[in-house]
Design a protein around this ligand. Structure first.
Ligand code: SF4
Ligand code: FES
Length: 246
């Protein structure tokens, strides 16, 4: 495939950005989107042009580092991460626009790299869970009902990629936050700090500049881990309960 890429270039957080257009040739449909960008960067380096900065780590869909806005869609046209998006999703001659996540809470660092440390600060504000020290407890001493265990596993799949924020017109982080709240809120081990955790994490979410949820649903549609939209209802219910108790 031969493609035309319109890519956001920005020298640093303070600089004005702009789109640059680059042709890229001989792309195999078996390449991932990031491998295609690797090929482009090799071409740029050979031409004496600064390579495009973008984030990646695992390239296996598990670390959440690789988010890009591809032709207006978070992680591109498939429900997957950018590193797991393959070029067979595109056709020869396509023009593809590549941008960083757009959200005040995710400032651009350079080109396609954004600072997602606001997510880390939300998780950090959730604090720890209380456990008794000493020998490891017998595994069956605290039973977890199957529905709660399944729900906790389902929501623990969130990889913190930020696609939900990028896809949301309000740049809300509530799908991410709902996943984090639900995964511990379902388990017995998560109960002692449940109220304090949700209040602190919601406050940090708002303080970091994420928007509120208005039930549009773009977040869940873009989520590569298929976190369900109803975690936001659970988040709101937990928050109301916590505020009514304290
Ligand atoms: S909820 Fe989904 S889209 Fe949002 S950070 Fe988690 S995995 Fe990514
Ligand atoms: S590079 Fe880790 S999820 Fe894409």
């Amino acid at each position: 495939m031969n493609l035309t890429l319109k890519i956001w270039r920005q020298d640093n957080a303070a600089a004005a950005g702009r789109f640059e257009t680059y042709p890229v040739k001989d792309i195999s449909e078996d390449m991932s989107f990031l491998e295609m960008l690797d090929v482009l960067n090799e071409q740029l380096q050979a031409d004496g042009i600064e390579p495009i900065a973008f984030d990646s780590d695992c390239r296996e869909g598990i670390c959440g580092m690789c988010g890009l806005m591809i032709s207006g869609m978070a992680h591109g046209p498939e429900v997957t991460t950018t590193c797991q998006l393959h070029m067979r999703s595109f056709t020869d001659g396509d023009e593809i626009t590549v941008e960083p996540w757009r959200a005040d809470a995710f400032p651009v660092v350079r080109d396609l790299v954004v600072d997602r440390s606001a997510f880390d600060r939300i998780i950090q504000s959730g604090g720890y869970i209380s456990v008794n020290t000493g020998a490891a407890p017998e595994a069956h001493s605290q039973l977890v009902p199957k529905p709660q265990a399944d729900r906790a596993f389902e929501t623990a799949k969130c990889i913190g990629c930020g696609a939900c924020v990028a896809a949301c017109p309000n740049a809300s982080g509530m799908l991410f936050l709902g996943a984090k709240i639900t995964h511990l809120g379902e388990l017995p081990q998560g109960q002692p700090e449940r109220d304090a955790r949700v209040v602190s994490m919601v406050n940090t979410h708002d303080h970091e500049g994420f928007g509120g949820c208005t039930n549009i649903g773009e977040c869940a549609a873009a989520c590569p881990k298929e976190i369900p939209l109803d975690v936001i209802s659970q988040l709101n219910a937990d928050f109301r309960t916590a505020r009514s108790r304290h």
